[in-house]
Design a protein around this ligand. Structure first.
Ligand code: B3K
Ligand code: ZN
Length: 876
């Protein structure tokens, strides 16, 4: 068997033949679905007249093939595992084919598959080739007409993209519905759903006064879990009109909830298919975080209707064109709908933990990679989240108005086309007159830039000299990096006044909060007329996806924590202060020295707890310590045990010193108001639950009683889940076991709640977790075929730092065993699951060896190209 080979961006060629119209007929059957395709095709004007027709096709049983109604005999084409090649075709022709596929055997969940008793599809990126022979590439856009035939009893509902135009009964208890989508689209946006589904319906009137019917299709027992998704959809539709001038373009918009789904959701034209976890909510079953997640994902998929569907990607190297932009759009939507500072804090906190780690590891890649083996491996934090950060920088560089003009231009200029990242940035340049040639390096260079900042105040001259030095570390295949154009938003906070000072740069007053542009390897910015010694507040609102290093003293940080006018940097100052204390404690733990709590951290927290409570959501974030994963990111070599011990020590020290304050906060924020996912209620619950977590960290008697009462009150899942987590993660198994049992019995019928039950258990710090994971993998509610279950149990275990990284290597072994098994069933999920093992370089030698040997063991198996690509990179 030869190793899978990469595809290169530089090899891009326009398609020799395009499809202008596609007609499909599906005759559904679990073991033998028949798919008839009728494609109107024509040769590209620049293609050679003798160019062969090459169509993708995988796992298809060819029944018949004809061109312009003439059947082709076997000598007229070549067929292999990857598709079909016809040496000679006319300039314009109709290609007809019939194939057979087996949805029930499709455990990869790409193409047409079955989830419970229903049929559904997932075609992005390259799933359509498992449905029919087709030029499966995003730059081929066609109108579609689709007929779905199913059993009247088993599949009363038959859905596809666009509008239903015909339906009828057939013999043998079968029926059909024909759908037409007038908007040309690439085949990755094709969708079909069939099953016994029920819908909740609503309406939206667009800004031009058109009525759009909105439907959410679910299994019957989930009809009471759609309200929030529907409300979110309507908010997103209105927001896109107001913020981008984009209106929905069909009469019908449908969302379907599916139990078995590889990702969160999929933006198929007019028929979004969602992982049930990303759409279903109910106060009793979903946490606040889940409610917010649903809102963000519903909006994200809806926004794709313009950023992705109407204007799509020329090729998959341009994936961030639609994903980075759409993530940026959904982030702004959620910021407008909820607490903007908290949204930014949560996004950045996740980004700096997970994307920075990706950028520093063996799978690091640019936002626009120049080659890949398996495109499904590139639906990454870099393409999505770093891509969004780059769009955010563009907006901040050109300003809001030019950004809107640029996006209007982009949608007008490229409507109905498949385009590149240059096309997008070009519109921003045209709309603003800015030059983005250096900025484009953000798209081609992988790795997180380090910025070393150094400041000096000259009392005599009244000047502040700020020197910034940038360096992007080498990443695989990219040893040398060029300097990037980095916008650094900043202020100078006067140490006497506690206020932002007016910034004068090169004789020009630039305001109290301004963006300076770092373009060289090193630049010094001289601020004049600086009347008092300042503390610099740098990279406000995280104005660029970089690591900023400044030698702040703890006094500086305590000062910024109270005085910075930028809420984000106030939070960040607290995180930095905690990190400095944690550093000392990690060292103490390693050296076997007694741990001593830094009183400055206690004082800072005390000030927060006794300060104004006007923004509870931000306060809850400020009181939350950096996660073990984020602390690990800051360490040269990750010592999981020392990090855990140090963080626990800080938590407990704070809890002991501030017990009364936490109790008071808890009590002040208790409420028996009916649950609503409003920003106010969410803020109040977060603050209350942060306080409860501190109290539980010292197993405070009163805290324990409150926790048990919160669990028993059963008011809403946010509170129940927090109480259950705190009980299960405490050493009080006498209290935890009955709670777990009660929860598991109560929710045995609800897979999404059972996922939470799995996760809570396997993320506890106690050393029995590995055995629990093994035991729970045998639980009737668990299945390796369901990605949500795998993520909830095995994925969550691999995030449990002290237990996954056990020194006997059994955690690694368990993960590798699952990867090997999943490689056969679902390569996309298997490849994602390996991620924690790919980070072996960050650990001590013993763990490195253990992790590598598991990677080697995986590599010795016959592998899917997905898993092969990841393991190959990890061991390179
Ligand atoms: N565009 C989809 C991605 C699905 C790809 C799965 N291999 C989800 C999203 O970003 O909206
Ligand atoms: Zn997306």
């Amino acid at each position: 068997m030869s190793d899978p080979q990469p595809v290169y961006l530089s090899d891009y060629q326009p398609p020799a033949y395009r499809v202008t119209h596609t007609e499909l007929t599906f005759d559904l059957d679990p073991a033998a679905t028949r798919v008839k395709a009728r494609l109107l095709m024509e040769r590209h004007s620049e293609a050679a007249p003798d160019a062969p027709l090459v169509l993708n096709g995988e796992h298809l049983k060819l029944i018949s093939l004809a061109i312009d109604a003439t059947p082709l005999d076997a000598a007229a084409y070549e067929l292999d595992d990857e598709g079909l090649r016809i040496a000679q075709v006319p300039e314009r022709f109709v290609l007809e084919s019939e194939v057979e596929i087996a949805p029930q055997e499709n455990t990869a969940l790409e193409g047409l598959y079955q989830s419970n008793a229903m049929y559904c599809t997932q075609c992005e990126a390259e799933g359509f080739r498992r449905i029919t022979f087709y030029p499966d590439r995003p730059d081929v856009m066609a109108t579609f007409k689709v007929t779905v035939i199913g059993d009247q009893q088993h599949e009363p509902i038959l859905l596809a993209n666009g509008n239903p135009i015909e339906r009828g009964e057939l013999e043998g208890g079968r029926h059909f519905v024909t759908w037409e989508d007038p908007h040309p689209k690439p085949c990755y946006l094709f969708a079909l759903v069939a099953g016994n589904l029920h819908s909740v319906e609503d309406h939206f009137t667009t800004m031009s006064g058109r009525d759009v019917t909105l439907q959410i299709w679910v299994e019957k027992e989930n009809l009471d879990k759609t309200e929030h998704a529907m409300a979110s959809l309507k908010r997103a539709m209105a927001w896109d009109e107001q913020a981008y001038g984009r209106e929905y373009d069909l009469d019908l918009f449908m969302i379907v909830a599916v139990n078995d789904f590889n990702m969160g959701a999929m933006e198929n034209k007019g028929l979004n298919i969602f992982n049930s976890a990303a759409v279903l909510t109910h106060p009793q079953t979903a946490t606040d975080a889940a409610f917010q997640n649903v809102e963000g994902i519903v909006a994200h998929e809806y926004f794709h209707n313009w950023s992705g569907n109407r204007v799509t990607c020329r090729d998959w190297f341009q994936l961030s064109l639609k994903e980075g932009f759409t993530v940026f759009r959904d982030q702004c939507f959620s910021a407008d709908t909820n607490s903007a500072p908290v949204k930014r804090i949560q996004d950045v906190s996740f980004f700096r933990t997970a994307q920075f780690a990706e950028d520093a590891g063996p799978t690091a890649h640019p936002i626009r990679p120049d080659h890949y083996i398996e495109i499904t491996n590139f639906y990454t934090l870099t393409i999505y989240e770093k891509g969004a950060e780059v769009v955010r920088m563009l907006r901040n560089l050109v300003g809001e108005e030019s950004f809107r003009r640029g996006s209007d231009l982009y949608f007008e200029r490229f409507d109905g086309q498949a385009v590149t990242i240059e096309d997008f940035v070009g519109c921003m340049a045209d709309a603003s007159g800015e030059d983005f040639s250096q900025f484009m390096r953000w798209y081609s260079q992988a790795g997180t830039p380090d910025i070393d900042a150094h400041g000096e105040y000259d009392y005599v001259q009244g000047e502040y000299h700020l020197t910034l030095r940038q360096r992007t570390p080498a990443t695989p295949g990219q040893p040398d990096k060029l300097p990037l154009h980095i916008p650094v938003r900043m202020g100078l906070v006067g140490t006497k006044s506690g206020q932002d000072l007016t910034l004068t740069l090169n004789g020009e007053k630039i305001g109290k909060d301004a963006v300076i542009h770092l373009r060289e390897d090193e630049q010094t910015f001289v601020f004049t007329d600086v009347a008092e010694a300042p503390v610099p507040s740098l990279l406000r609102e995280f104005s660029a996806p970089v690591k900023l290093h400044y030698p702040y003293s703890r006094e500086d940080l305590a000062f910024l924590l109270t005085h910075d006018s930028d809420g984000f940097n106030r939070w960040d100052a607290g995180q930095r202060l905690a990190l400095l204390a944690l550093d000392d404690l990690i060292a103490a733990h390693r050296n076997g020295v007694e741990k001593v709590m830094d009183s400055r951290v206690v004082d800072a927290f005390k000030a927060l707890l006794n300060g104004p409570m006007n923004d509870k959501a931000v306060l809850a974030e400020m009181l939350t310590l950096p996660s073990e994963a984020y602390i690990a990111e800051q360490q040269p070599i990750v010592d999981v045990d020392a990090i855990h011990a140090a963080r626990e020590f800080v938590r407990q020290s704070l809890a002991m010193a501030l017990r009364d304050e936490f109790l008071a906060i808890y009590e002040a924020n208790m409420s028996d108001e009916a649950y609503a996912p409003t920003p106010e209620q969410i803020a109040q619950r977060s603050l209350k639950n942060v306080a409860l977590a501190y109290l539980m960290s010292i197993e405070d008697e009163q805290g324990l009683a409150l926790c048990e009462a919160q669990f028993a009150a059963d008011h809403n899942m946010t509170d129940v889940r927090q109480a259950l987590t705190l009980l299960v993660h405490s050493d009080r198994d006498d209290l935890a076991s009955p709670a777990l049992k009660a929860f598991g019995e109560k929710w045995a019928h609800d897979p999404l709640v059972m996922d939470q039950w799995f996760t809570v258990q396997v993320s506890r710090p106690q050393p029995d977790v590995l055995e629990r994971v093994k035991y729970l993998m045998q639980h009737p509610a668990f299945s390796l075929k369901n990605p949500n279950r795998v993520r909830a149990l095995v994925g969550a275990f691999a995030q449990n730092r002290v237990n996954f990284h056990r020194l006997d290597g059994l955690g690694y072994q368990l993960l590798a065993d699952v990867v090997i098994e999943l490689n056969r069933l679902n390569p996309e999920i298997a490849a994602r699951l390996i991620t924690p093992l790919t980070r072996w370089q960050r650990f001590d030698e013993t763990r490195q060896a253990l992790m590598r040997s598991e990677l080697e063991r995986i590599k010795a198996q016959p592998l899917s190209s997905n898993v092969y690509e990841v393991v190959e990179k990890a061991l390179a």
